[in-house]
Design a protein around this ligand. Sequence first.
Ligand SMILES: [Zn+2]
Length: 161
Amino acid sequence: MSAGLRIGQGFDSHGFAAGRELRLGGVLIPGERGLAGHSDGDVLLHAVCDALLGALALGDIGEHFPPGDARWRNADSREFVRHACGLVRQRGWRLANLDATLILDTPRLGPHREAIRQSLAALLDSPLDRISLKAKTPEGLGLPDTAIAQVVVLLEAAAAE
Ligand SMILES: [Zn+2]
């Protein structure tokens, strides 16, 4: 087997909605409007999941967890990422690093950034220094009520120490 690398990228967007809790990267951000969606609307975890599945060329989150399926209604999106991580391990890969960008107007992510990084590191069973999270505001995009996440992951062959 060739010592290998795999890259994957994920993108997701959700609109903000009343009456929902805001979860980003598996972290509950209290007192903020949440994101619409069939599951808990965690835009960052959905992009993480798609990046992992993309690196494995195993489709996307909608194929693994169909949004029409009642089982995933208000689902904890950490489940989706755990599933994708299981596939990564099963296929002989492990995470080399992850780089994420969250694009949203409010809330400001500064106070939450470290908690979100730690949540991602725990979920992905990765050292913290392999997990990057950047935040941007959607300048000029005209999307004040939308949260966008972009994620890139690099996987390395698990046997290659
Ligand atoms: Zn989503």
